[in-house]
Design a protein around this ligand. Structure first.
Ligand code: UP5
Ligand code: MG
Length: 190
């Protein structure tokens, strides 16, 4: 494949840390295509795909969908986009995701943008979101936090040891967070 021409930034951070909000702003300023793995999985449920029921129950439980499903959706979206620069938001969420993406696509991320935020603040944001997401209830939110701590933080640590993590204080107002984000893209992706 010719996937190796693709420039990928992984955008990671806990549930409600502001990944989607900041990605929308990065797209406006820096010309990336935003691919939210969660949004692609929710679209797959709504398309009536044969995997839809499985995906829906995993999201409801805050569990991580097997990478063969997610990697395929990401690959298809990259190939259909016409762009060569991607923000991959909310993926990889565990070691299996990380290894599968690299093995299947041959892509290594340019860097990892990590939104660091306290659980208290993330919980407040998720409970206030009110967009009808089936996982924005306190029981599922607690499960999402546990999976994040146990499975997703180790992936961030993996990239941190490789010197690839750009950590952002995500507990500030949206515009202040974006000032930090702009600093990273101006410096690292210049
Ligand atoms: N908000 C944002 N920034 C703010 C700020 N600075 N100050 C105050 N408020 C702020 O923001 C969340 C809310 O906070 C919004 O109301 C926003 O206005 C406000 P958002 O930008 O949506 O945060 P985000 O980090 O994107 O939160 P999200 O809930 O999308 O994160 P998750 O990582 O939990 O969700 P995702 O969609 O990535 O995954 C959902 C589920 O899908 C997972 O739990 C899992 O079951 C499954 N999944 C997989 O299995 N595999 C994958 O690869 C991906 C997902
Ligand atoms: Mg999101």
């Amino acid at each position: 494949t010719n996937n190796k021409k693709f420039i990928v930034v992984f955008v990671l951070g806990g549930p409600g840390s502001g990944k989607g909000t900041q990605c929308a702003k990065i797209v406006e300023h820096f010309g990336y295509t935003h691919l939210s793995a969660g949004d692609l999985l929710r679209a797959e449920i709504n398309s009536g795909s044969e995997n839809g029921t499985m995906i829906q129950s995993m999201i409801k439980e805050g569990k991580i969908v097997p990478s063969e499903v997610t990697v395929k959706l990401l690959q298809r979206a990259m190939n259909e986009s016409g762009n060569d620069k991607f923000l991959i938001d909310g993926f990889p969420r565990n070691e299996e995701n990380r290894a599968a993406f690299e093995a299947v696509t041959g892509i290594v991320p340019e860097f990892v943008l990590f939104f660091d935020c306290s659980e208290e603040e993330m919980e407040r944001r998720l409970l206030n979101r009110n967009q009808g997401r089936e996982d924005d209830n306190i029981e599922t939110i607690r499960k999402r936090f546990r999976v994040y701590m146990e499975s997703s933080l180790p992936v961030i640590e993996y990239y941190n040891l490789k010197g690839k993590v750009q950590k952002i204080n995500a507990a500030q107002p949206v515009e202040e967070v974006f000032e930090s984000v702009k600093g990273v893209f101006s410096k690292v992706a210049a």
